[in-house]
Design a protein around this ligand. Sequence first.
Ligand SMILES: *Cc1c(COP(=O)(O)O)cnc(C)c1O
Length: 356
Amino acid sequence: MDRKLFIPGPTDVSPDVYEAMSKPMIGHRGKDFSVLFEETVDKLKKLMYTRNRVYISTSSSTGLMEAAVRNCVKNKCLNVGNGAFSCKWHDITKANGKEADILSLEWGEAPTAELIDEALSKDNYDALTLVHNETSTGVTAPIEEIAEVVRDYDVSFLVDTVSSMGGIRVEVDKYGIDVCLFGVQKALALPSGLACCSVSEEALEKSRNVEDRGYYFDFQVFEKYYNKKQTPTTAAISLLRGLDYQLDKIINREGLENRFRRHREMGELTRKWVGETGFELLPEERYASNTVTCVKNTLGVDCESLQKRLYDRGYVFSNGYGRMKNDNFRIAHMGDRQPGELSEYLAVIEELAGLG
Ligand SMILES: *Cc1c(COP(=O)(O)O)cnc(C)c1O
């Protein structure tokens, strides 16, 4: 049985996307590849609202989290930590031999512009990492306000948009993001295996003078091949075909505005359901994400048993992340998911958990 994934990545992939990926291989140093690469990059720039270069990496998103700090931290990094992925970025920064502090917030809390301003003023940081949409807690950071305060500091603004890009509008140039990274298996609804990042002129220039950038994730190497409309190493050509096709659908068929609106509708629908059934949201409502909702299990539902029974009915359910496994659960509403399918899923949860 094919099961619908209501987990926050990977998300379900439409059959026509798989079909677009099933074309023959081409050489990654030939003309056909460069055409495919250029078309895909142009669409990525539209999706990201940027004129910066966009690199495509054969890795999961974590690879580019590593790349961002490896290329852009020279002195000391401030990592904002308000959930599993943002805290992991702190670990990744230190694991790469960088000096780093963490602005440690409660899991479920939103990083505000004031908190970040205060933390940045305390030391001589040259980079800041922020997870735009904390998938572990369903919190969307108020990035527009944060961008306003970051502008006053001489820091590289490194942003993880892994579970928001393609579902929530992120305007890279307007926010002054130096490195904006994401994988394709979440709100973009593609098979896992590719990650993309935009890199500003300043970030590229800075990386030149940062030592020990390694090779696989070195922006200087990416840039050299980017200028030839190629990837540094053999590209994941099938995935690239899928990305090109899906971006075309997103931008030219559904339209970005419609796609963001659909995600907002699904977020609202889920939050309304949470209130009506008597559960509570983990985050404050104004920071609640439109791609994933984190629900406090205030009704004491046996999530393990619910997960098993949902599985038998054709759905993959997500409990809380890591240490929050038993205290809450998550409902992903991202990618190509439609509001109707989401309503069906919520009704089945109600039925199986004996709610209402
Ligand atoms: C899923 C996720 C990651 C990790 O992505 P991988 O593609 O598994 O490396 C990082 N950050 C956020 C916010 C995520 O949701």
